[in-house]
Design a protein around this ligand. Structure first.
Ligand SMILES: [Fe+2]
Ligand SMILES: [Fe+2]
Length: 202
């Protein structure tokens, strides 16, 4: 793929934690490299708490933001080149398509063929309707180990909810966003689906 040609991609060692970290550092995103490790570790812990495959959870965390190496202004064109469906909300706010780009790059560049792992990376920002347990683990891990300094404003609520259930933890964050809808650039339809589904379920 042409869109991958500008990227530095070293031969894979088989250690996904190392390879994703190295890839992000090599392509100028050391900040995201650390964030992906943190999210992978957080996802592993949450998975252990809920009896979900801890390795799958960690892998999805290492991979989830690998598309940070693609500049925002190139994301829509890159998605089109990779035959990824681009929704209107994503065209308006391209940052949000980075989840789908990470999914495809995990397959193409890191040769990950476990669809549960790549699909979790593919919805880590918005969640989706009928999420898998792994989707929920990664979604929550990414919000707890966020990519900004200090603790996020919703940290206490999501941690408390996580003591009760994964669904409650997901809902705690989505509801936080929902109350601030006016400040959001767009409401992604997958987030809307997840919100209404969880609201009914809980
Ligand atoms: Fe992300
Ligand atoms: Fe992230």
């Amino acid at each position: 793929m042409d869109c991958y040609q500008k990227l530095i991609v070293k031969p894979l060692t088989g250690d996904l934690r190392h390879d994703t970290y190295q890839f992000l550092v090599d392509n100028g995103r050391p900040d995201t490299a650390q964030h992906c490790l943190d999210v992978g570790d957080e996802a592993r812990n949450i998975a252990l708490q809920y009896g979900i495959d801890p390795d799958a959870a960690a892998y999805s965390g290492y991979l989830h933001d690998i598309s940070a190496v693609i500049p925002n202004e190139e994301r829509i064109a890159t998605a089109q080149e990779l035959s990824i469906e681009v929704l209107l909300e994503e065209e308006v706010f391209p940052m949000i398509i980075h989840q789908k780009l990470s999914r495809q790059m995990a397959i193409d560049l890191f040769k990950v063929d476990d669809h549960q792992i790549v699909d979790a990376a593919g919805c880590h920002t918005t969640l989706r309707a009928n999420p898998t347990e792994l989707d929920k683990v990664l979604f929550v891990a990414d919000k707890i180990a966020w990519d900004q300094p200090g603790k996020p404003p919703y940290w206490y609520e999501i941690k408390q909810a996580l003591e009760q259930s994964l669904d409650k933890a997901c809902f705690s964050y989505i509801d936080y966003l929902w109350q601030r809808q006016a400040q959001l650039k767009v409401v992604h339809p997958w987030l809307r689906d997840a919100y209404y589904e969880l609201r009914v379920k809980l």
